[in-house]
Write a protein that binds this ligand. Structure first.
Ligand code: FNR
Ligand code: LAC
Length: 350
């Protein structure tokens, strides 16, 4: 899969507003660009003369085995790009042996994803709403539906300013709705305008205490997503997080923040072996996956490329993105003299 060609082909199939919503970032899109560029600034220091006739990409996340260290990041509104929406993406992740992270603002509900893909390993990405009863309702539904972790996104106290969305007037077309948010209160209509939605859905008063509060309401492990600093990561772990996901929301929140590649080593050092560390943002090559592991991530998560695959060819298209990236990663392992994820140590990058 040529990701640039895949994106170009997806663009032809989508409205300009939908394409721009997905592709875009905040303000001047400095971080959006840097997320991709930063990985390539790390030079690989391969070993030679290792027996790499077989390489093993398998790993585990929160105790569950995975086929590779490549998982699906939560992204909103999949039915904008394909009628099967998140059910197709979840199917793709399951076929690839990967985690599927379902966004709070998915267009297929928690229950329908679980029903469509009972064999999947689904995690639920949670936005803590100002309405805590609604928040707990979401958590309980994810738990009841067999989702195995909560991904608490913390980089979104308010929505970043996406200038492209302002220019296109992005909003959800009729018939495409935030499926999880329907039915909590009778007569309630959820806004289909992202900015209005964010104003009510995201709670800017959230603090690290939210982690302990959530733990009182769920037995699911909590992954804190959107951390860029070692001190914050350590605080999240001290508050009970089982994992920390280094992320800047794909450059969609505060523009000018450091690339996730550049934040990863500090976070990994601060967390040590007290919790798992993941990263997302700009992962486009198997060699990027190798760099991420070498810089301290246990796994990477991929956002936009999966949506381009979904737009082009539904579940099969999304699966191809994941399996091709895994094949590239296996080749990068071989060329770097690395036989397993555990062997991808910090000596491999400079
Ligand atoms: C996102 N992201 C995101 N994150 C989250 O926690 N909840 C969400 O609902 C969304 N929605 C969303 C929509 C779209 C269209 C994009 C592109 C991204 C952020 C996402 O999980 C992830 O951090 C980035 O997308 C990773 O970067 P790449 O792989 O897209 O470069
Ligand atoms: C976004 C929100 C929904 O990035 O997370 O568009």
């Amino acid at each position: 899969v040529d990701l640039a060609a895949l994106e170009a082909s997806a663009r032809e199939r989508l409205s300009e507003a939908t394409y721009s919503y997905i592709a875009g970032g905040a303000d001047d899109e400095l971080t959006l660009a840097d997320n991709v560029a930063a990985w390539s600034r790390y030079r690989l220091r391969p070993h030679v003369l290792r027996d790499v006739s077989t390489v093993d990409l398998t790993t585990s996340l929160l105790g569950t085995p995975m086929s590779s260290p490549i998982q699906v990041a939560p992204t909103a509104y999949h039915r904008l790009v394909h009628p099967d929406g998140e059910a197709a993406t979840a199917k793709a992740a399951a076929a690839a042996g990967s985690v599927f992270t379902l966004s709070t603002v998915s267009t297929v509900s928690i229950e329908d994803v679980a029903k469509a893909v009972p064999e999947g390993r689904h995690w639920f990405q949670l936005y803590v709403h100002s309405d805590r009863d609604l928040t707990i309702w979401l958590v309980q539904r994810a738990e009841a539906a067999g989702f195995s972790a909560l991904v608490l996104t913390v980089d979104t106290p308010v929505i970043g300013r996406r200038r492209r969305d302002g220019a296109t007037g992005f909003s959800l077309p009729p018939g495409i709705e935030p499926a999880n948010l329907i039915g909590f209160r009778e007569g309630r209509t959820e806004s289909t305008n992202l900015v209005d939605f964010a104003a009510t859905a995201f709670d800017p008063s959230l603090t690290v205490d939210a982690i302990g509060w959530l733990r009182e309401h769920t037995r699911l492990p909590i992954v804190v997503k959107g951390v860029l600093r070692g001190d914050d990561a350590a605080a999240c772990v001290a508050a009970g997080a089982s994992a920390v996901q280094v992320s800047n929301h794909g450059g969609r929140q505060l523009d000018g923040v450091l690339a996730t590649a550049d934040a990863l080593a500090e976070v990994a050092a601060a967390v040590g072996d007290r919790a798992e560390v993941y990263v997302d943002g700009g992962i486009r090559r198997g060699s990027d996956v190798l760099r991420a592991l070498a810089l301290g991530a246990r796994s990477v998560f991929v956002g936009r490329p999966v949506l381009w695959g979904l737009a082009n060819n539904g579940a099969d298209g999304a699966r191809a993105v994941l399996t091709d990236l895994a094949a590239e990663t296996a080749r990068a392992f071989q060329l770097a003299g690395v036989r397993s994820c555990a062997e991808a140590g910090s000596d491999l990058v400079s």
